[in-house]
Design a protein around this ligand. Structure first.
Ligand SMILES: Cc1ncc(COP(=O)(O)O)c(C=O)c1O
Length: 372
């Protein structure tokens, strides 16, 4: 009998696609449990207590469909950012939106910074968009000037910037970001600013651009609630843009993408200002502690980031990031090996900023691993 065989649906794989945070895989591979995850950058305080209560209360309503419009949550988000609810679309993590945006805008070319979050590249590639890479220079601590950027913008119709940048932690000065916004307006380039880690940055140096979406219809702001509010397993993110972009994205999004537990937890999280303030204080203090402790080894260089993670270069010539990651796993710590980031390579790793006892544990384990 003639056997029907589906054709080969595999797409070219992307070696930059692997992420941190895959603890179950590592624990299985190494036959190890109780690993402390420094590879995904999540708030060390855990979920806000109000979100935990809201989650428990929401369980009894799980037999019903969630609100497909996330009305209450959007109103709270709109109030938080001083925009209108029509300018917001909620999603199952901001990653869903990263994939929908290029599908909606169908740009011919997109500018991507390298190193950077690999999903921007993956999402534009899948939408059939050409990619222009902008290499951030290590010698200048991954900063860049507008003069360097301008010649790269020819033919570009979409640009992603992550503020502060992942994996470098670099915070683009607000004046520079405003200038880029203006240049993008003049050149008709959609500018996506991913603010996934911006809540961790002290308020006086890191302001959201969300409120400017009313004035700049080519500006698209991405917000993740999974990192700052420690809801990574639940999934929650949103986009702020002009109503016509929001309408377009909603048309592409599957219905009921955001479950009712996530909506309840997100609503309660936004009503937790003390938790937010405490988080920023802890992160600032622990960032300083980790930077000082790791730089003092003399074998590591910590880049001065503004986020809740740190990018670190190994100076010792005989040690690669992959080898260091392996040694640390055996000591119970998972770091993000940055060998698969474009424009970084096997001397770089990234760590989340966690609680003092956990950070002390990691520093001790790194010290031992450097001298092994
Ligand atoms: C820069 C950046 N944007 C977006 C995301 C996706 O976050 P979410 O959990 O909201 O989907 C990540 C996840 O690591 C990220 O690093």
């Amino acid at each position: 009998m003639d056997q029907w065989k589906p054709r080969d649906f595999s797409l070219p794989s992307n070696k930059f696609h692997e992420h941190g945070g895959n603890v179950p895989k590592i624990e299985r591979e190494y036959n190890f449990s109780g690993i402390i995850d420094f590879s995904a950058s999540i708030n060390p305080l855990g979920m806000p207590p109000k979100s935990q209560t809201a989650l428990l209360e929401a369980v009894s309503g799980l037999s019903c469909y969630p609100d497909p419009e996330c009305l209450e949550l959007r109103e709270a988000q709109a109030n938080y950012h001083k925009v209108s609810p029509e300018q917001i679309l909620v999603a199952n993590g901001s990653i869903e939106l990263i994939y929908l945006i290029p599908r909606l805008l169908t740009p011919r070319r997109a500018l991507i910074f390298a190193p950077g979050f690999s999903e921007f590249e993956n999402a534009v590639r899948l939408a059939g968009t050409g990619i222009i890479l902008f290499h951030l220079a290590e010698e200048r601590q991954f900063s860049f000037s507008l003069d360097e950027l301008l010649p790269k913008l020819d033919g570009v119709e979409l640009m992603f910037w992550c503020q502060p940048h992942n994996p470098t932690g670099y915070l683009l000065p607000s004046q520079d970001l405003s200038e880029i916004l203006e240049v993008c307006r003049q050149r008709r380039i959609y500018l996506v600013v991913d603010e996934a880690f911006l809540e961790f940055v002290p308020r006086d140096i890191g302001q959201s651009l969300a409120a400017r979406t009313g004035e700049f219809p080519h500006l698209i702001i991405l917000r993740s609630m999974t990192k700052f509010y420690a809801l990574a397993g639940l999934r929650l993110g949103y986009v702020i843009a002009c109503p016509s972009i929001i309408d377009g994205l909603r048309t592409l999004q599957p219905p009921w993408s955001v479950n009712s537990l996530a909506q309840a937890a997100g609503l309660a999280a936004l009503a937790s200002p003390d938790y937010a303030e405490q988080t920023r204080e802890i992160i600032a203090k622990e960032r300083e502690y980790l930077t000082q402790a790791l730089n003092s080894t003399g074998q590591l260089l910590v880049y001065p980031g503004a986020a809740n993670f740190l990018l670190i270069k190994i100076l010792a010539p005989q040690l690669s990031s992959t080898k260091l990651q392996k040694r640390l796993i055996y000591k119970g710590f998972l770091i993000r090996d940055c060998a698969n980031f474009r424009n970084l390579g096997s001397r770089f790793f990234r760590i989340a900023i966690r609680s003092r006892p956990e950070n002390q544990g990691l520093v001790a384990a790194i010290r031992e691993s450097l001298s092994a």
